[in-house]
Design a protein around this ligand. Structure first.
Ligand SMILES: *Cc1c(COP(=O)(O)O)cnc(C)c1O
Length: 388
């Protein structure tokens, strides 16, 4: 048997939904984008949802709307997808990495607070792999120092923090619809915010800075007059056929989350007795949505001087699993170890020891809605054989 790390599972009706906009002739941001946004706001209870071309462009637009510019500093956890940091660089601002908590893979609060300087403008906590970051603590520190908070909620669909959906806890949040995420539009993203002024700025920025969208203008009383442009914006509009695909999946949003949590619970139970594989944690008040199932290999043995040895053993085990037909991946990468950031900011891997350990010793197992019981049984049996 071959079990992939992830597999998209679109229904025939969802696939068909793409054809509506193609047949109607309205292909770009229009009625389907509005429908997707409304469904997203209903599901997350965000006051405003704005569809964009990716989570990355959504994070960037939120940062631009919040005024991020040259010389500013932004705190980013070192263990995340590189995009979280790249959007800071795109504004000629400085990425200041802080370490993570190895229990949760999320931002470490004392490290975050220690990274604040007079130039710090904001914090980008990441709800990594679908586990909410410690947002009460992030927001308390941000408030104390007058900083904005943009949530990287790329993996956060279905994740709640004390009952509130992630992406509604900071100034703004951004979600991803890349195929590795639970809801997909191929490429795509959604920005959420409860701040009406911020929503309006992001709405204009995604659409060349226009005061009114093309769709509004076409439906309005004077479609022959062009809109004004108060801002020098970008083109980060989602197409209507992508939004149709997203909107169709929202009809089973709760089911998707439930299924992923059921699969994760089965893994949790199967692997509970293994002292060499630490399964994902779910702190009190957090609902994990399991965008993936990130484990830590030989967690109890991890120390600065053992990371490289454990890394070698993990890689050998991953190779064995691959040969047995079970795909795995490191959970994600430590961004401070990647060439651009390592060289620009003269960083060493041990500067962020937990991110370094997570980079070298984490392993994500296959988990996706649509995974069959036979597939999961096979993954369980193969993992339980253990490393050689
Ligand atoms: C997937 C991901 C992104 C990037 O999302 P895109 O939609 O591909 O831009 C950013 N941050 C994290 C944590 C991610 O997992």
């Amino acid at each position: 048997m071959n079990v992939p790390i992830a597999r998209t599972a679109l229904t025939e009706a969802e696939i068909e939904s793409v054809l509506g906009p193609l047949r109607s002739g309205w292909l770009v941001q229009g009625p389907k984008v509005r429908e997707f946004e409304t469904k997203w706001s209903d599901f997350t209870a965000a006051n405003h949802s704005l569809a964009v071309t990716s989570c990355t462009t959504g994070l960037h637009l939120a940062a631009v709307a919040l005024g991020l510019g040259a010389g500013d500093e932004v705190i980013v956890p070192a263990f995340t997808w590189i995009a979280t940091a790249n959007i800071v660089e795109h504004q000629q601002a400085k990425t200041v990495f802080c370490d993570i908590d190895l229990e949760t893979f999320n931002i470490d609060i004392p490290a975050m607070e220690a990274a604040i300087t007079p130039r710090t403008k904001g914090i980008i906590p990441v709800h990594l792999f679908g586990l909410p970051a410690n947002m009460d603590a992030v927001n308390a520190v941000a408030k104390k120092h007058g900083l904005w908070v943009i949530e990287d909620a790329a993996c956060g669909f279905g994740a709640t923090y004390h009952g509130k959906h992630v992406g509604t806890l900071g100034d703004a949040g951004s979600f991803s619809f890349h195929p590795r995420k639970a809801i997909t539009t191929g490429e795509g993203g959604m920005v959420t915010t409860n701040n009406a002024d911020l929503a309006e700025t992001i709405r204009q920025l995604r659409d060349h800075g226009a005061a009114m969208s093309d769709h509004q203008r076409h439906l309005g009383p004077r479609p022959y007059l062009l809109a004004d442009h108060p801002l020098a914006g970008y083109n980060q509009r989602m197409t209507d056929f992508q939004a149709a695909l997203g909107a169709a999946q929202m009809d089973r949003a709760a089911k998707i989350v439930t299924e992923r949590r059921r699969l994760a619970a089965r893994f949790d139970e199967a692997f509970a007795g293994l002292d060499w594989l630490r399964t994902p944690q779910e702190p009190d008040g957090c609902k994990h949505s399991y965008q993936s199932y990130p484990c830590l290999f030989k967690a109890a043995e991890i120390r600065p001087d053992t990371v490289k040895r454990i890394n070698g053993e993990r890689n050998a085990w991953m190779e064995d699993l691959q040969a047995a037909g079970v795909s795995t991946r490191p959970a994600t990468h430590a961004v401070h170890m990647l060439t651009y950031y390592r060289e620009k900011y003269s960083l060493r891997e041990e500067d962020m020891p937990n991110a370094f350990a997570a980079n070298d010793c984490s392993i994500s197992l296959p988990l996706f809605h649509g995974m069959t019981e036979a597939e999961q049984d096979y993954v369980i049996a193969t993992v339980l054989k253990g490393p050689a």
